[in-house]
Design a protein around this ligand. Structure first.
Ligand code: 5CA
Ligand code: ZN
Length: 418
């Protein structure tokens, strides 16, 4: 799929720094050790509604990771998927009486426009599920053939909707010793969120309530594709990210991520499926998770509808750089709620920064540029980076000639164009 135009990233003098981030799997801040090319994957949208601040926070966090890796001298290969066929999308299209592919196409374009406005670095591989169905079906077939996956007959109540003898396919977690290594969660913790995060613990015929769905047999009225061994149907959710990541980045890539709502089951299952397919131990070397953005105390989500939309703010004439500054004002590891006050504070800050970089008399940039770089590389500490620029602005007027350099550093490291 087409992604979106890349913003220019100015080059900034100074010594590269290694990048440290919090790895969910190890539960600690770790130094990344990519080769010359860093390979990163962020779970993309399910395109049934517009981009909200939670999505924006997640993709800005991955954008910052990309910027940090670039300043460290790496080339970055970045993959993002699009869940362009799944239950929530089909349900929304049915509710609104629209074609599901038209809904997806429209929301994907809106997302591209929002990401462009926020100056988010685009993925190198922007890959939809629909265009990957064949590759996904091949991997499901491999798991079936090796005995790692098993069929579960379609329930009695749905038999009228399927061809005779149709089965769904599940991964047999009992054969996967690495299961649990990404989240580190107990079985009780896993079971407590599984149903509300797309799981089906009560499905009759499963060997373990937590076994994830790999392939859903065609139901009449639902989209389906020839699947070879698993038969006509469509992919389960987690296997799409396993396949797209393995095909574009390969096993053992550097960072997998998304919002914290994906730690379990999505990232746990994506990883264990990849281990089952390749026999190698590590799907990703580290897992980066953006904490949840909320509104009035509840997680912002398309299903709840408590949304602050990037596109709506754009329509209202809000500068996207101010929206981006609201996101940078919060560290990615802490949950926070969107408020109007935060936006006002960001607008004031943006105006102040713009005025400061345009001044003829500005203090030397070397120290503040180094501080912004260091903050970015120290677990994407954007509040510290913003504080450093604020302090530099306080000193504007006492010395001369550095506005342009600070402007370039703010652009390259934080994606804010002044
Ligand atoms: N398509 C799947 C991932 S394969 C999905 O979760 N789609 S989504 O549209 O629901 O979310 C897109 C991304 O935004 C995911 O990485 C998700 O973890 C993140 N996200 C969703 N809601 C929030 C929120 N309130 N705060 C922070 N991140 C969020
Ligand atoms: Zn995913």
């Amino acid at each position: 799929m087409k992604s979106w135009p890349a913003p220019a990233v100015p080059s900034v003098p100074g010594s590269p720094l290694p990048v440290r981030i919090h790895d969910t799997a190890r539960g600690d801040v770790v130094e990344l050790a990519p080769g010359p090319t860093a390979r990163i994957y962020c779970c993309g949208i399910t395109p049934y509604d517009a981009t909200h601040m939670g999505h924006a926070a997640t993709y800005v966090t991955f954008d910052l990771l990309g910027r940090a890796l670039r300043q460290a001298g790496h080339e970055v290969h970045y993959t993002q998927n699009i869940t362009d066929v799944d239950d929530p999308l089909l349900e929304r299209a049915a509710r609104d009486g629209v074609d599901w592919t038209a809904l997806a196409t429209q929301e994907i374009q809106l997302f591209r426009d929002d990401m462009t406005a926020l100056r988010v670095l685009p993925p190198d591989h922007y890959v939809g599920v629909v265009e990957s169905v064949e590759a996904i079906a091949d991997q499901v077939a491999q798991l079936v053939e090796s005995g790692a996956a098993y069929p579960v007959p379609v329930p009695e109540a749905e038999r009228g909707l399927v061809r005779d003898g149709a089965s769904d396919y599940y991964l047999d977690l009992a054969q996967q010793p690495t299961f649990g290594e990404v989240s580190g969660w107990t079985r009780e913790e896993m079971l407590s969120v599984f149903p509300e995060r797309g799981g089906d613990p009560d499905r009759a015929g499963k060997r373990d309530p937590l076994d994830p769905l790999l392939w859903r047999a065609e139901r009449r009225g639902e989209p389906a594709w020839a699947g070879g061994i698993p038969g006509c149907g469509r992919p389960g959710w987690h296997i799409e990210c396993t396949t797209i990541a393995l095909d574009t980045l390969g096993m053992g890539f550097d960072v997998q991520g998304g919002g914290t709502d994906l730690v379990f089951p999505h990232h746990e299952m994506s990883a264990v499926q990849a281990v089952g397919l390749t026999g190698e131990r590590e799907f990703a070397q580290a897992y980066l998770h953006q904490a949840m953005v909320g509104l009035d105390g509840a997680k912002m989500s398309k299903s709840k509808g408590n949304l602050v939309l990037v596109s709506r703010l754009r329509e209202q004439g809000v500068d996207p750089m101010a929206v981006r500054l609201v996101l940078l004002d919060q560290h990615y590891r802490h949950d926070w709620d969107w408020t109007e006050d935060l936006l006002v504070r960001a607008q004031e800050r943006l105006a102040r920064w713009r005025e400061a970089v345009a001044r003829e008399a500005a203090p030397d940039a070397t120290e503040v540029v180094a501080q912004v770089r260091a903050a970015l590389c120290q677990d994407l500490d954007t509040p510290a980076a913003l504080a450093a620029v604020d302090a530099w602005c306080d000193a504007v007027g006492t010395a001369s000639g550095a506005g342009q350099r600070v402007g370039d550093a703010v652009d390259a490291f934080l994606g804010i164009r002044l």
